[in-house]
Design a protein around this ligand. Sequence first.
Ligand SMILES: [Zn+2]
Length: 287
Amino acid sequence: MNFLGFDFSDSLCAELSAMEESRRIPHAVIVTGGSDDSRRELVRFLSMWSVCTSHSSPCGECPQCIKCNSKNHIDVYYAKGTGKTDSISVDEVRRITADTAILPNEARRKVYVMYDADRRMGAEALNALLKTLEEPPQDMLFLLTAENPKALPETIRSRCVTLTMESDSIISEESLALAREILEGIVETGELRLLKACWVLASRQKALQVLPVVRLLLSDALAVSVCAQAIYDPQTASLLRRRLTKDKIIRLIDATSDAINKVNRNVNLTLLSTWICGEYRRISWQK
Ligand SMILES: [Zn+2]
């Protein structure tokens, strides 16, 4: 991925790179956090990345990127609003749904952008969208922005990857230490250390502090595994790299992203900490 010209946080860049690296490209993304402008900037990035033909995408220079950037790309569609509230009607969603059955014209995939989905989409329109998300056609990407993603139904959120715009905050020593404890627990033979380290996730505030750092340190290890440099914690990165295969690191990153999405969706946190502990053990010790 090429982040040149985009002012994203290191953690977001790491998350996007890991997504591409693992070749697990979602069918639908909810972009939240940050300002309206910053959310639209991530949508611009993801739609250019989806259509760009360059090896390092988005290049910003190929005909596909240029058309996308000026909102003139035939395969990138922006949902139109109607009325005073600029709402996206159920008819509009049905038109989009019908269009997803048709292959892309020029690009690898079609992109459908729905800005402010939390504000502009009513229950009926969301329901029509849900039907497509339940059985997504190949080669398409829905990009929704939402200031308040919790206003979207759980059924929609659970079928989307949530990407959060955040400022490049300095990682606290405490979060770093707690995240390290979890990662060292993952590679230790006995289960007890990991179990104890995951207890901290039973607090929502701690979970939202620590899990993104766990993911950053795993992204660091992934970087080391492809001969790049660790940014945050070279020592933990090289420990993880020695004990885990690249494939396992990718799956641990995915599991951590799932856990963060679950915390954002207000799941029971005691169950979450037990679940993630089990997932980490299963992934790291599977033959
Ligand atoms: Zn390009």
